[in-house]
Structures are given as C-alpha cells and as structure tokens.
Design a binder for this molecule. Structure first.
Ligand SMILES: Nc1nc2c(ncn2[C@@H]2O[C@H](COP(=O)(O)OP(=O)(O)OP(=O)(O)O)[C@@H](O)[C@H]2O)c(=O)[nH]1
Ligand SMILES: [Mg+2]
Length: 292
C-alpha cells in the first residue's frame, strides 16, 4: 500500500525549499517563494494571500512552518471517516465523474475495502458507453471475488443500475457500488442520464442512491472543482474521492473543495493498486506535505 508520505513526496520536496533549516524556534521563510509554490499548486488565490499575510504578521518567535501547517489544516476541517454500516440495506453508492478520473478503479478499491470490513459488496458496471466499460469492472470483481452486475455496450445504464439493486436485494449484497461511464461536465445529454440513473435505482429501492460520490483526478487541479460544481448541480453530491494524489503537483485545489462546494472529501487514491485507497485524513495529508 502506498502511504501518504510516499504519495506526496513530490510536493513535499518543493515545500522544503522555502524553509531554511530552523534556527532555534524560528525558521526562516522565503515568503515570495512560498507564495509562488502555493499558487502553482492551485491553492486558491484568496487563501494564499491570507496565509502569506498571517505568516508575515506573526510574532518573530512563532514557527512559520507550524503556523502554515495550522492554517492549512484549519482550511481542510475535521476528518470525516465514512461508516459503511447503516440502516440502509443495501446501501447504494453511485460513483460519477469525467472520463478517466479513476471511477472504475475506485469502485474496485472500495469493494475490496468493504470486503475487508466484513461486507458482501456488489459491483455494478453501468458504463455501457464503451465496449470495455463494464467488463473492466467485471474483471475486478472476479479478481476480488465479489458479486457483479453489468451490461453490454449500448445497454441502458439506468436499467443496469436498476438490475444491480434488484439482484443485490435478492442476494443480500451490501453495499452496491455503481460505477458509471465517464462524461464531460459540459455535455448536456450525457449529464441528463445521471438523474435518470438515480431515479431508476430509487424505483427499485426508495432512498437509493443513498450516496453519490464524485471521483476527482487530483492532477487536474482547480479544473476539478469546476467539474464538481457542474455535477453537483445535476445530482447533489454527498462525498468526494480524490484520485491520483500520488504524483499530482496540483493538490492545492483540495483547499477550495470545502470552501466552494461544501462536500466532504472521504477517500484519497494514492496509487493504482487495489489497496491504494485510504480514508481522507486532513492531518495525515498536511503532515505528509511537510514530512512528519
Ligand atoms: N497513480 C494513480 N493512478 C490511478 C489512481 N486511480 C486510478 N488510477 C489510474 O487512472 C487510470 C484511469 O482509471 P479508471 O478507473 O479506468 O478511470 P475511469 O474514471 O473509470 O475512466 P472512464 O471509465 O474511462 O471514464 C487507470 O490507469 C488507473 O490505474 C490513483 O489513485 N493513483
Ligand atoms: Mg471506468
């Protein structure tokens, strides 16, 4: 499993450069360099300016590095561990996002995680846009040894999702993790399919989908927030999964997810392997940025 510290090594090495070795309690700070780094990593401009201002005006004896950590942490808020056990049986989770953001991989990683916690998940491959869309997830389900419902290319995605919920009820599977086709947030007909999928699931099980999570690719930086806003307008999101945090140098956009969307970041993808998905923990994230 890739750890936070490994995943964020790129960003950490950049941050290191702006703090010269501590002299006593005070670490010297290159403010201009820091400002540039924050902006380059897609930390929102407003927040960057506030941070620089606070660092500038803090008393001499305050460690800039610790203050910066505190300010970033305050911006991310508390950790929000997701609880799979709920009154909903099955709990139905719909994953959505733009093309290639990591939805299918995330669906598989989540299935693995829930299996380890003693659940009997069902994976639903409702990506019927591409020939390989549904079969990619079927292969994962075989590897993990969990139930699967999918559809042929061209099949109605809402119908596939309906079938999955129906089958999960019969086979007593929980949760149902529904992978959807990638779609650009600007393509209206494709975006309209999402509420249709949600309605189909709700027809089979009132209240479903109980969770709607958007899978965001960290390497897109601030653009990911723009996409999330559009998806959120079509189908209100209950959570966000950030993928590809390993290797992204634009992870600063994370700091605007909370302020601009107010949707909790629940999980983070730190690699391509089936175990490389961890609950998002603001403290671990910030510590890894600075090298705990
Ligand atoms: N490094 C890294 N790669 C990831 C992560 N999550 C997914 N990937 C890779 O990203 C690529 C796309 O992942 P998919 O899961 O197929 O993405 P998708 O959103 O289902 O794509 P579409 O169905 O085409 O829209 C694959 O090569 C994955 O291995 C992650 O957290 N870190
Ligand atoms: Mg996919």
């Amino acid at each position: 499993m890739v750890a936070w510290v490994t995943a964020l090594s790129k960003t950490r090495n950049i941050i290191k450069q702006v703090f010269s070795p501590s002299k006593g309690d005070v670490d010297e700070l290159n403010v201009e360099a820091l400002e540039e780094i924050l902006l380059r990593s897609d930390v929102p401009v407003q927040l960057t300016l506030e941070i620089i201002d606070q660092l500038d005006s803090a008393p001499r004896n305050v460690s800039r590095k610790e203050l910066l950590k505190d300010l970033l942490l305050a911006e991310l808020g508390e950790a929000r561990p997701f609880e799979w056990a709920s009154d909903q049986k099955p709990l139905v989770l719909l994953l959505l996002g733009v093309n290639g953001s990591g939805k299918t991989t995330t669906a598989a990683k989540l299935a693995k995680r829930t299996m380890e916690e003693g659940f009997k998940p069902m994976l639903c491959g409702s990506d019927t846009f591409r020939a390989a869309g549904s079969s990619q997830l079927k292969i994962w389900s075989e590897k993990l040894g969990c139930d699967f419902v999918g559809g042929e290319m061209g099949a109605d995605a809402a119908g596939v999702a309906f079938n999955a919920v129906e089958t999960a009820l019969i086979k007593d599977c929980n949760p149902v993790i529904v992978d959807s086709a990638g779609r650009m947030h600007t393509k209206t007909p494709l975006m309209d399919e999402l509420p249709k999928m949600a309605r189909a699931m709700n027809k089979k099980l009132v209240g479903a989908p109980h969770e709607i999570w958007m899978v965001l690719d960290a390497s897109l930086g601030q653009n990911a927030v723009i996409q999330a806003k559009q998806f959120n307008a079509v189908l209100p999101l209950s959570g966000i999964v950030i993928t590809k945090l390993d290797g992204s140098s634009k992870a600063g956009f994370l700091f605007s997810v909370r302020s601009e969307l107010n949707v909790p970041i629940l999980f983070a993808g730190l690699g391509e392997g089936e175990d490389d998905l961890v609950p998002f923990n603001p403290e671990e994230f910030v510590d890894a940025l600075f090298g705990a």
